[in-house]
Design a protein around this ligand. Structure first.
Ligand code: HEC
Length: 417
């Protein structure tokens, strides 16, 4: 017994040492993560589960879950003045004030899904590329829209050069360069189907279905190219002299931006890697498994893993506490603490749904008529939020094992009052 306690204490301290600085997976989406962006210690993700999530990268906690688009959230971007943008399969572009549950502005339903978003240097406009080959320019002050037909067939990538010219690539095997008013100023032929593009230190990095990564000058001249794999490359991101590219089988390369020399290769192990983002320290990979993993830019080492819990004062060593870790990403148990994406679950039993003061619920939740009890909370995760509380912003998740549901509600009975 003494040994077990001692071991547990050791395990606890090891976790403390590993601490938040070591990072961990960002767990919370209920489907593949197709869009990612990072900025100043925050990450923004969009997923097939129709949600976008704003994450605090330091703690791994979700600060905000937004649900607006019908279908996948296909593109995300950080904007100036504490704003965010999301683009969806529904062809809509939404601009959000951080913290708000409803968009500040949204375009009407479109005929084609949004393929990519890119913020103009200076931050005055947001460009969106669509699956039907169009590019739309959204003025972020007055929310006026201009659009042009840039490609025949799908547009697959879009990015602003530092001089405010806009580059796009499409299924028509063309690289197109536009001026600030979307006038075409240069065009180059591509040798294969481009799947995505990004801008790396003033040059255009394009990944291709044949497994090649190519750099182009802003005028469309081919610079270094590298054949990384015989599988399709599907995502690319760049940050300060590093380029990352991902293949459909989940392999990710970190390369020197200058000559595309390979620095490290990572097997992300989460199905296809649909999205990538980079900052000074970490590479983020958004996978088919709904998690966002973090890797060291320098070594390719995994930064934390799924079983590293968010620091939580409520870990009583029980199975219920283990199950709770998945909830702690979004819920606190402290009275009045609504600083995570979901409401605090302090004193949850006996509370009518949607009534925690100070938390801004979705209308869907407010309109429901449920009293939370050990039985109803267990039912919520037996059937999943989508079926039990239709329209909820909480991402889809289930606890198929009745023992886990029982352990969770027992834990909440002990800790949530
Ligand atoms: C990725 C974030 C996220 C995760 C993970 C998550 N939730 Fe939620 N949860 C939310 C959000 C957001 C809401 C509010 C939904 C709304 O307003 O539509 C919510 C609402 C709830 C509610 C209703 C609360 C009320 O006041 O009516 C309960 C109960 C709940 N969650 C329990 C859990 C439990 C238990 C877990 C873990 C098994 C969990 N949640 C995991 C985000 C999350």
């Amino acid at each position: 017994m003494a040994t077990v306690t001692a071991l547990r204490r050791l395990a606890c301290c090891a976790l403390l040492l590993a601490g938040p600085a070591a990072g961990q997976d960002l767990l919370g989406h209920g489907g593949p993560v197709g869009a990612l962006a990072v900025q100043d210690g925050a990450a923004l993700s969009g997923a097939f589960d129709t949600r976008s999530i704003l994450w605090d990268m330091h703690s791994g906690a979700a600060q905000l879950v937004q649900r607006f688009h019908e279908g996948n959230v296909t593109a995300v971007a950080f904007l100036p003045d504490n704003r965010l943008a999301t683009g969806g399969q529904d062809g809509r572009i939404a601009v959000w004030q951080v913290e708000a549950r409803e968009p500040l502005f949204a375009t009407p339903h479109g005929v084609a899904p949004v393929a990519a978003l890119s913020l103009a240097p200076g931050g005055a406009a947001l460009a969106a590329g669509f699956r039907d080959g169009r590019i739309a320019l959204l003025d972020l002050d007055g929310f006026t829209l201009t659009d042009v037909q840039a490609h025949q067939g799908r547009l697959t990538g879009l990015g602003y050069l530092p001089d405010a010219r806009l580059v796009s690539a499409g299924e028509d095997l063309r690289l197109a360069v536009h001026d600030g008013g979307l006038q075409l100023v240069a065009r180059a032929d591509l040798p294969d189907l481009p799947n995505a593009l990004t801008i790396s230190e003033g040059r255009v990095a394009v990944v291709f279905a044949e497994g090649a990564l190519r750099l182009y000058s802003p005028e469309g001249a081919l610079l270094p190219e590298r054949f990384l794999t015989d599988r399709p490359l599907i995502a690319v991101a760049a940050h300060r002299g590093t380029v990352a590219a991902a293949a459909i089988d989940g392999t990710v390369w970190l390369l020197e931006g200058a000559d595309l020399a390979q620095r490290v290769m990572v097997s992300a192990g989460q199905g296809p890697v649909w999205s990538l983002a980079l900052d000074d320290r970490a590479l983020l990979t958004g996978g088919g498994d709904g998690t966002i993993r973090r890797w060291s830019i320098a070594t390719g080492e995994r930064l934390g893993r799924a079983d590293t819990p968010a620091p939580d004062d409520y870990d009583d060593g029980s199975r219920g506490a283990e199950v709770w870790r998945a909830c702690a990403v979004c819920h606190s148990l402290d009275p009045g603490d609504n600083n995570r994406a979901g409401p605090t679950l302090h004193a949850i039993f006996g509370r009518p749904i949607g009534t925690e003061p100070g938390y801004d619920y979705s209308q869907a939740l407010r309109d429901l008529d449920i009293i939370w009890s050990p039985r109803t909370v267990a039912e919520l995760f037996e059937h999943g939020p989508e079926a039990y509380t239709p329209g909820s912003r909480m991402p889809e998740q289930r606890l198929p094992d009745p023992r886990d549901r029982a352990a969770l509600v027992e834990f909440l009975e002990r800790q949530a009052h």
